[in-house]
Design a protein around this ligand. Structure first.
Ligand code: SF4
Length: 326
């Protein structure tokens, strides 16, 4: 596969939030690729920089206070950072679409869902209202919302059904890349499974690529083929699901596994990762994870490690070995 075959390439992305009081480095040199049909999970704690990365790809970083300081975001070979707002608006929807965590933020409470869906279609395609309605109803039924709900308002839907409507909205223009930001976090566990199943089915049907943002390794294992673990705005480990799940090399990845409940094991207590994510207005010297890392040595406090490995990459001087395999 050549560079030209890549759907999305994020290269050395740096995003800061700058106010009079602070300059917060939210994303620090993140690089990853998404091929056609890929489903990559971005995993990490709240505040790791996952959503900021997604918003940068969507070209929706609020400016101010957000500033993309460095990097490239190539979509089908074209750098989105060099596009006009008009060009990027066209890509949002037709090229890249996003499902947000809270379905209510994506829906207008004063309009019926039918009107909202038709508005999205007619914004991107010059079609009649009748054709827009036909397409909207067809897509609603694909995600399991009956056509007789077309004239209902968002408040008349349950959380799970609202998220189905949001998924419908994100798919109306058949995007090549879908970014799903914690799409199941606000939902009950049983509904979560249904929504994940819908996303997985739609990916197969439409051959989309997906970036799934989550703090939950279980959700990633359900539908992703690759995973990138993000800490303090950096990718600290990345590889195929098998590589990272069977042989985690970074202590933070291992910490996330140890703090995640598992159905197939009888662990009595989960082990939380001690401490908090660093204040990125004043990040620690050396490895950003060192204040929380039980394997930390002198070099970790002085100099930042670089990504190492081939395919399965990790950013650590003392990667975990065979003895911690799960
Ligand atoms: Fe821990 Fe050092 Fe590896 Fe950082 S580089 S994760 S402090 S062992």
């Amino acid at each position: 596969m050549t560079e030209n075959d890549m759907l999305l390439q994020v290269k050395n992305l740096h995003v800061h939030y700058v106010t009079d009081e602070a300059d917060v480095a939210a994303v620090n040199g993140i690089s990853f690729d998404v091929k056609e049909g890929d489903t990559i999970g971005l995993v990490g704690e709240t505040g790791a920089g996952k959503t900021t990365t997604a918003m940068a790809i969507m070209q929706l970083i609020p400016d101010p206070p957000g500033v993309i300081r460095e990097g490239e975001i190539l979509f089908k070979g074209k750098n989105l950072l060099e596009n006009s707002e008009r060009e990027n608006q066209k890509i949002r929807g037709n090229g890249i679409s996003m499902i947000f965590q809270d379905p209510m933020t994506a829906l207008n409470p004063t309009m019926t869902i039918g009107e909202q869906l038709m508005e999205v279609i007619r914004k991107h395609d010059r079609v009649s209202r009748a054709e827009a309605k036909r397409r909207a109803v067809e897509m609603l039924e694909i995600v399991g919302v009956k056509s007789d709900r077309f004239d209902d308002y968002p408040h008349q839907f349950s959380g799970g059904m609202k998220q189905r409507v949001v998924i419908t909205m994100s798919l109306l223009c058949h995007p090549d890349l879908l970014i799903a930001d914690e799409p199941t976090t606000a939902l009950d566990v049983t509904i979560q499974a249904q929504v994940l199943e819908i996303i997985a089915d739609l990916q197969k049907k439409y051959k989309m690529s997906i970036i799934l943002i989550t703090h939950d390794f279980g959700v990633v294992a359900e539908i992703c083929n690759r995973v990138a673990v993000i800490y303090a705005g950096e990718i600290v480990e990345m590889g195929s699901i098998e590589e990272v799940y069977l042989n985690p090399r970074h202590p933070y990845t291992q910490g996330l596994f140890d703090s995640t409940p598992k159905l197939d094991s009888e662990v009595e207590r989960l082990i939380p990762i001690e401490g908090l994510m660093p204040n990125m207005a004043n990040p620690p010297q050396g490895c950003y994870f060192h204040p929380r890392c039980k394997y930390c040595q002198a070099v970790c406090r002085q100099q930042a490690p670089q990504l190492q490995g081939d395919g399965h990459v990790y950013k650590c001087y003392f990667p975990l070995g065979e003895e911690v395999r799960r």
